[in-house]
Design a protein around this ligand. Structure first.
Ligand SMILES: NC(=O)c1ccc[n+]([C@@H]2O[C@H](COP(=O)([O-])OP(=O)(O)OC[C@H]3O[C@@H](n4cnc5c(N)ncnc54)[C@H](O)[C@@H]3O)[C@@H](O)[C@H]2O)c1
Length: 352
């Protein structure tokens, strides 16, 4: 039997969910809701349309309420759905504060309903490629992992530019990028240093650069900017760089291209010897001698966003665990508090 979903919020993400889930085996979308009547005009035939979220929540056929409304609506809608005995699948960011998350989790626990978050970017091909490289240990001891996303358009839009709506890039993309890094690296974070800026937006952050120091000394670096204007022929850039003592990996684009790169001349030239390069005498920079670099293909990953819902359905049937666990999302929110504190004080903040 298909799980019966009701989707609250029929904006950008509501439509994305509708497209994916109406074609997904194991889930049936039976109701959709938006407080803006304009957004209900294209609800497909056969799906009930409501302008009041309580009507959707109380629809007896709805088993799972998928919340895809503005960030500042997540708390009240989660609590209302839980109190009506409905399972809750909430869009990211799960909540705007740890206190809100505590209340949401308590309501779901009291009602005995499932509560998880739509972190489908755990199934992004670029991220899974980076994770596969990391998990395989092929780079030896990693010393840095960088994840970056730059937009060339310069604009944020709609409610995203208002604090009270839960706007800002930390809440928007930050939770994805931080969630990926934390899920990949199973280590404690000892400290965090961050620069968070409102470059052109009055209220909310549109740039952040975060350095996470893990227990082993590995540094995870996450950088995002919406105002990286250039005249290149694409409108964003997504990059990963993983550096270890046995090689490097660069991974570019959401559908990634890149290589694992090693050298067969490792440490050979050290010992006071000068190496002449085209740029002059140096031992560190300059073009590597012919034949010194060994290039390997990145691992192939087979991953897609639908896999998130495959896990959701199986976990609902008790066949496996929900991939995204609330304590993991709480850790991301806690870290975001430390990130903001570091940005405010200009100091590194001890974390775990
Ligand atoms: N996981 C992802 O990749 C991803 C991508 C984009 C957005 N999102 C998340 O999805 C949510 C929605 O973002 P969006 O970009 O679709 O925004 P949007 O503005 O396009 O759509 C939000 C819709 O929710 C409606 N709404 C607001 N409050 C409501 C309420 N109380 N009841 C019913 N409808 C209500 C609005 O009228 C609007 O139509 C946000 O939490 C956002 O962070 C997630």
């Amino acid at each position: 039997m298909a799980l019966k979903f009701g989707i609250i919020g029929h904006g950008f993400m509501g439509h994305e969910h509708e497209k994916m889930l109406t074609a997904f085996d194991g889930i049936e979308v039976v109701a959709e809701c938006d407080i803006d009547p304009e957004q209900l005009k294209d609800v497909p035939e056969g799906i009930r349309a409501f302008s009041d979220p309580m009507e959707l929540i109380n629809d007896p056929e709805v088993e799972v309420v998928l919340i895809a409304a503005n960030n500042n609506q997540h708390k009240k809608l989660t609590i209302a759905a839980a109190e009506a005995g409905k399972h809750v699948l909430c869009e990211k960011p799960i909540a705007l504060s740890l206190e809100d998350l505590d209340e949401m989790e308590a309501a779901c626990a009291k009602a005995g309903v499932n509560f998880t978050v739509h972190h489908q970017r755990r199934f992004d091909p670029d991220f899974r490629t980076a994770k596969e490289v990391y998990d395989s240990g092929t780079l030896g001891n990693p010393y840095v992992i960088k994840s970056s996303l730059f937009g060339y358009n310069g604009n944020m839009h709609d409610w995203h530019v208002y604090i009270k709506e839960g706007g800002g890039m930390l809440y928007d993309w930050g939770v994805h990028l931080i969630d990926q890094m934390l899920w990949m690296i199973p280590e404690k974070i000892t400290s965090v240093y961050a620069n968070v800026r409102n470059v052109i937006n009055f209220e909310v952050d549109d740039y952040f650069h975060i350095m996470l120091r893990f227990e082993s000394g590995l540094v995870g670096e996450i950088e995002l900017g919406t105002y990286y204007l250039t005249d290149r022929d694409h409108w964003f850039e997504r990059h990963w760089f993983l550096g270890g003592d046995k090689g490097s990996a660069y991974i570019d684009g959401f559908f990634p291209e890149g290589k694992i790169v090693r050298t067969n001349g490792l440490l050979k030239n050290v010992g006071g010897q000068r190496t002449m390069t085209a740029a002059g005498p140096t031992r560190s920079f300059g073009p590597p001698p012919e034949g010194k670099l060994i290039l390997e293909e990145l691992p192939k990953v087979n991953t897609k966003h639908e896999d998130y819902f495959t896990n959701y359905v199986k976990a609902s049937r008790g066949e496996e665990e929900f991939l995204v666990k609330i304590p993991q999302t709480r850790r991301v929110l806690r870290l975001m508090d430390a990130i903001r504190e570091s940005a405010r004080t200009g100091k590194s903040i001890d974390f775990e």
